[in-house]
Write a protein that binds this ligand. Sequence first.
Ligand code: NAD
Ligand code: SER
Length: 322
Amino acid sequence: MRRILVTGALGQIGSELVPALRERYGTDAVVASDVRVPSARGLAARTSDGPFEHVDCTHIREIEHAVRHHDVRTIYHLAALLSAVAEERPRVAWEVNMGGLYRVLEAARLHDCAVFLPSSIGAFGPSTPRRGTPQDTIQRPTTMYGVTKVSSELLCDYYHARFGLDTRGLRLPGLVSYVAPPGGGTTDWAVEIFYHALRYRRYSCFLRANTRLDMMYMPDAIRAKMELMEAKPSALVHRNAFNVAAMSVTPEEMAEEIRRHVPGFVIDYEVDPLRQAIADSWPESVDDEAARREWGWQPEYDLARMTRDMLEKLDGRLRSAP
Ligand code: NAD
Ligand code: SER
């Protein structure tokens, strides 16, 4: 059986992507992997229900061992440092984000695997058109995270053009979810706000009230990845790094929506200059027409539906937590 390998599987996305892939393709068909081990993080319990390998993606021998041992045909390469952490540790970010991707692509080339790579709205910069950011446009990011994301998009294009590797990718917006916490990004506020609303009815946001960015609820993001990887290759013109969008929101607007369900919820602002500068260099909203046209992308959650679902599910989790 040719299997799927997920790198960085214990993170915010992997904790939900692995169970979703296992539900679709079977538990044994999906190998979770990370530089950490599942027992180190209780929230990753669902990820550890099936096969798990310790894989540091900066070591090609560890990737190749997992690929050979499990007869892997597709790699969802999630391992990376997110924007705020990458800005604090740029050298490590380059090594993990670029060194890791290069080794994953090499392992994929040697063993004939398809590769999924999540890029980001962080792949754009201050000179990119900020509203309705086109699929093909100026990409001159000013953060280490953005530099690695643009380079990753290009490297995936190169491996497809040069070696015929089946590489595909999405430029994801900030993701909102309740299973695993975010790993140190500029959009982490959009998750924290829900936890704080339910626990304390108050949240102090590290971005300004009117900072508008694209966001997406995790179920849409998981579905987008799987739909792209199942799309007919002949339909994909922009095979790597499709813009995908669901909603474009500010902290002020999200707080207002939460207040409909949590009366008296209060938000204030203690701006973190590092993360504010990163957010200010990103688009407010991207145009995802290419994804809609080429493989039928369609989001299911807008702000109102996401907020309702997120509060309900998170409340259940917080109440049942020990
Ligand atoms: P995360 O920080 O929650 O998880 C990353 C995982 O990678 C962690 O479990 C970490 O242990 C692992 N990792 C770190 N270094 C590693 C290494 N050397 N080898 C193997 N594993 C290693 O990140 P996430 O939110 O799950 O994001 C996954 C991918 O999606 C990243 O490429 C990120 O840039 C991209 N992305 C995420 C978002 C978002 O909002 N979460 C948005 C856009 C793009
Ligand atoms: N959520 C991610 C971050 O803030 C966007 O890529 O880093």
